[in-house]
Design a protein around this ligand. Structure first.
Ligand code: ZN
Length: 339
């Protein structure tokens, strides 16, 4: 397969990415990525100094807001330094202007709701500093909602009262609600009360790959009825449904085809979830979370390779308009609906 790593004419937006350092975002820009939701931290202290501390903080929400502020202060320095090329998106006009003027749209988000505090007291402060996205859960249940861990168990209590309040607040503030990693009941509860489209930022088809993070057909249809987005994960085990094999681009395209045939192309986006390559984070992350064997799809290991997905999509018979929607125009529509 001949791979095309040159910049394309498509707008490319990423709905789930953890790469937060200067070199990462400069690489995004150089590769033709137009913007992304930056999941600045997670609901687990993945780079905690020891596995013991990681485990101890796993089911607590203590310290997550403070760590977020620390990372945010670092990011703000970068935004100040690169203000001519990177825009922190506060509303849809920022997004549309950045797109028009070829600037990088950075949407500030988080993989998990522990940062807002158990009474939502921190939401206002974080919103003022630019937070526009929250993924309710990471791997574990929190005070907002049950996670995928609870699927099929009595502990799947869905969305809590605080969670409901958060959905209401996020709807009225024009923030992006992300249900990736949430339990089936939590997702159902959110869809019932949200007044705006929602996103599942890094997932795939459960029929093709039986991992709890992926969605059943009925869930994909529910999300399509909401005008929401399903952004596709590039991590091998989520793409393939097995742990020790590396996926290839055609394996991702199988998810694109399956989901398009089930619910239409308008639901699809990209959510690669890149996290490796940050030296200060990698070492502890891999040990703390037991992920030594984790791989990303071959030829899509970081944003410098994002254009490699285009030729194989064309060869698989996707029309230019479909590729345009998958890569960025569905995301654009979504931002304009939500913000
Ligand atoms: Zn995740």
């Amino acid at each position: 397969m001949k791979l095309n790593s040159k910049k394309s004419n498509f707008n490319i937006f990423l709905a789930h990415d953890h790469m937060r350092n200067k070199d990462d975002i400069l690489r995004d820009i150089k590769s033709g990525v137009s913007g992304k939701i930056l999941h600045l931290e997670l609901d687990g202290w993945i780079d905690a100094p020891s596995k013991e501390i990681y485990k101890k903080t796993y089911n607590s929400s203590h310290g997550f807001y403070e760590r977020y502020l620390k990372s945010l202060s670092k990011l703000e320095l970068l935004l100040k330094e690169k203000k001519d090329s990177i825009v922190l998106i506060r509303g849809k006009s920022d997004f549309n202007n950045a797109k028009k003027n070829n600037k990088f749209s950075l949407i500030l988000g988080n993989e998990g709701g522990k940062i807002v505090g158990e009474n939502l007291e921190n939401l206002e402060i974080l919103y003022k500093r630019g937070l526009r996205h929250i993924q309710l859960n990471w791997a574990m249940k929190n005070f907002l909602s049950a996670s995928q861990e609870e699927e099929g168990k009595y502990s799947d209590t869905g969305l809590s009262k605080i969670g409901e309040k958060l959905i209401f607040e996020m709807n009225s503030k024009g923030m992006i609600i992300d249900v990736s990693h949430s339990s089936p009941i939590s997702i159902k509860n959110v869809l019932k009360i949200t007044k705006k489209p929602i996103i599942n930022s890094h997932s795939g088809s459960r029929v093709l790959s039986n991992k709890p993070q992926n969605l059943y057909d009925s869930q994909i249809k529910d999300l399509a009825d909401n005008n929401g987005l399903l952004a596709l994960h590039f991590c091998s085990r989520l793409v393939l449904g097995v742990n020790d094999k590396q996926s290839n681009i055609p394996d991702i395209i199988k998810h694109v085809e399956y989901i398009r045939n089930l619910a239409g192309i308008d639901i699809l986006a990209l959510g690669p979830d890149w996290i490796l390559g940050d030296e200060s984070r990698d070492k502890n992350y891999l040990i703390n979370t037991n992920q030594q064997n984790i791989t990303w799809t071959k030829d899509l290991e970081d944003s410098s390779k994002i254009n490699n997905i285009i030729d194989p999509l064309e060869k698989a018979g996707f029309k230019s308009i479909e590729i345009e929607k998958l890569l960025g125009e569905n995301f654009t529509r979504f931002i304009n609906d939500v913000m």
